[in-house]
Design a protein around this ligand. Structure first.
Ligand code: NI
Ligand code: MN
Length: 226
């Protein structure tokens, strides 16, 4: 499985036969200027919540790729009004078998509203089983005890977690989160994009090493295989 970072909370996960794109926020992100949005052709777009910094490029990418949108009921509904008819609504605690694998929508502690201010439902994360691997994409969230349930129910291979602090968990809590879900491999998201979430990379990596974990901080456009 190949994971590519497109900045902020946006990742593409390529399985053997499918491509999943998470939380696309590329064209408004000055750090992601090297990413060619027109070249993205995912089969699915998964959205953790409705905030602008997670959905900015959804309509463009969906139009060019005809990807199916997976998110909560309110987010899928809102994009339906923007012309995206191919959506799959879920809600917290629900699991569904897609053609690429199995997705569970799990809790996140954050807020959610759509870019026009309308109701975005509750923010979520996803546990995804694909090609004999299982990973957790937490979305924007605080550290919370429900993450322990994920660790009890799944054998997580790696977790994509926010580390930028201020709006979400910081590094310290992300390290605890990785304990709760039962993995030592953390892929960092939600850092550096805005002044409030600028992060000292060397310090963050050292904190992870001290905790016996690996914090993977990808450059924008960089890929990693799991
Ligand atoms: Ni948010
Ligand atoms: Mn965010």
């Amino acid at each position: 499985m190949q994971v590519t970072f497109y900045g902020h909370a946006c990742f593409e996960v390529k399985s053997m036969n499918h491509s999943l794109l998470f939380d696309p926020f590329i064209t408004p992100n000055p750090l992601a200027g090297t990413v060619d949005v027109s070249a993205l052709s995912p089969n699915y777009i998964l959205l953790s919540h409705g905030h602008e910094d997670h959905v900015a490029d959804v309509v463009t990418i969906q139009e060019q790729s005809k990807a199916k949108l997976i998110s909560n009921y309110e987010v899928v509904n809102w994009f339906g009004k923007q012309g995206i008819e191919d959506g799959h609504p879920m809600n917290h605690g629900g699991t569904y078998n897609f053609d690429f694998g199995r997705v569970k929508m799990v809790n996140a502690v954050h807020s959610s509203s759509m870019p026009d201010g309308s109701y975005g439902g509750n923010p979520a994360g996803f546990v995804i089983e694909v090609d004999q691997k299982t990973f957790y994409y937490s979305g924007d969230t605080a550290l919370h005890m429900d993450m322990k349930l994920i660790g009890e129910s799944y054998d997580i291979d790696f977790a994509l977690l926010p580390v930028g602090d201020n709006f979400t968990m910081g590094v310290e809590d992300a390290l605890i989160a990785s304990d709760f879900v039962g993995t030592d491999k953390i892929v960092a998201l939600h850092f550096d994009t805005f002044p409030y979430i600028k992060m000292d990379h060397a310090k963050a990596k050292q904190m992870a090493i001290d905790a016996g974990k690996t914090l993977i901080i990808l450059n924008i456009g960089e890929k990693i295989n799991f």
